[in-house]
Design a protein around this ligand. Structure first.
Ligand code: SF4
Length: 231
């Protein structure tokens, strides 16, 4: 087939004005939120396991069981050798506990077998671990290793669309577009702060635009701006 007839993928385009809104979002959210994850952890191993456990549940629920879990299994080698039934009892409050027990034990075994029990600090390696997708890998990179990563979860998908930073729900495309507009040193913080803002203000069912620090430039705002540009 001639090259001219080959179907080309459309370029990844951000909506008009997206870069300005993205940079304003970075600055405004910095005024309100620290760049933190609400998942308690002391090292990359704990962060990795806690992140897997956080699927389909709240960080609070994960935090309620991780101290006991990591007291019993402080290293990847300890968890790799665990009896799944014992792990299930500890992690039951997080839901889907059988599947999650299996997932964290398999992940721990992969860490032991392939990485000497240490969590790797490269995206390409992290995503090869069982139970670790691109979103989780980016969270681990940013939070545990300080390596810039823009994690795209359901909150980030919703907020980046509402703010007109992107016009797609595809996580990989969102990551690519946002990372082009925002400097690398801001990727981790922006992702973590968008997640906090999505939980506390820009909720899925009822965005609280009247309380939102982004409402003067957000195209989806339901209220009048609370920051007026001085004349
Ligand atoms: S103004 Fe409303 S829709 Fe826009 S980010 Fe804030 S809460 Fe969400």
């Amino acid at each position: 087939m001639p090259a001219s007839q080959r179907r080309r993928k459309p370029p990844l385009r951000a909506p008009r004005g997206a870069r300005e809104r993205a940079l304003l979002t970075v600055e405004r959210l910095k005024e309100v939120y620290p760049a933190i994850t609400e998942l308690q952890h002391r090292n990359a191993f704990e962060m990795t396991i806690a992140t897997i456990l956080s699927a389909q549940t709240t960080d609070r629920s994960v935090n309620s069981i991780t101290p006991r879990l990591f007291e019993r299994y402080p290293t990847a080698a300890d968890l790799a050798a665990a009896d799944p039934a014992d792990v299930e009892v500890i992690i039951k409050p997080t839901g889907f506990f059988r599947a999650k027990a299996r997932a964290i034990i398999i992940c721990a075994r992969a860490l032991v077998d392939r990485y000497g029990g240490e969590v790797p600090n490269r995206l390409e390696e992290l995503v090869t671990l069982p139970g670790i997708g691109r979103k989780t890998a980016n969270v681990i990179l940013g939070v545990a290793f300080g390596v810039p990563g823009f994690a795209v979860d359901t909150h980030v998908i919703r907020l980046t669309n509402r703010l007109g930073l992107v016009a797609t729900r595809d996580p990989v495309k969102i990551e690519t577009i946002v990372c082009r507009m925002v400097p690398p040193e801001e990727w981790t913080g922006l992702s973590l702060r968008l997640i906090l803002h999505g939980r506390r203000v820009c909720e899925a069912r009822r965005p609280r635009c009247e309380e939102c620090v982004l409402n003067d430039f957000c195209p989806s705002s339901l209220v009048k701006p609370n920051r007026l540009t001085p004349v």
